[in-house]
Design a protein around this ligand. Sequence first.
Ligand SMILES: [Fe+2]
Ligand SMILES: [Fe+2]
Length: 136
Amino acid sequence: MELDLQWSDHYLVGVDEIDAQHIRLLQIMRNVFELREAESTSPALIKILYELKKYAKFHFKSEEMLMELYEYPDYEEQRAEHQKIYSELKSKLKALKSENDISDLLYFVVHWFVGHTRDHDRAMGRFISESRLGLM
Ligand SMILES: [Fe+2]
Ligand SMILES: [Fe+2]
């Protein structure tokens, strides 16, 4: 599994507030990984996982508001993807209560960030930044 969760300019989407949120999101994800190395499901790890869930909700909402505002054509697709990620995150967090293994959740978190951000969010970011420049 690719565990590199360092920020890279490859993740830039070109919309300042979204880039700032992605940096924060990645920071929370890194905290999850750091705590995982210390203990498997410690209270500190559970706390940071719930912070991740809360921040993900806020972040998805922010992107959805921007997409609506700028009438992004792939809004529905992106929103459906957010809902899928969020409900998967919730069910994986629930599963942690019965299993003590967080590797499945870690794998999911990395793929969510790398896949969704570099693909869907960048396309959205390009559209919004061009709209802001009055090019669309
Ligand atoms: Fe995003
Ligand atoms: Fe997104």
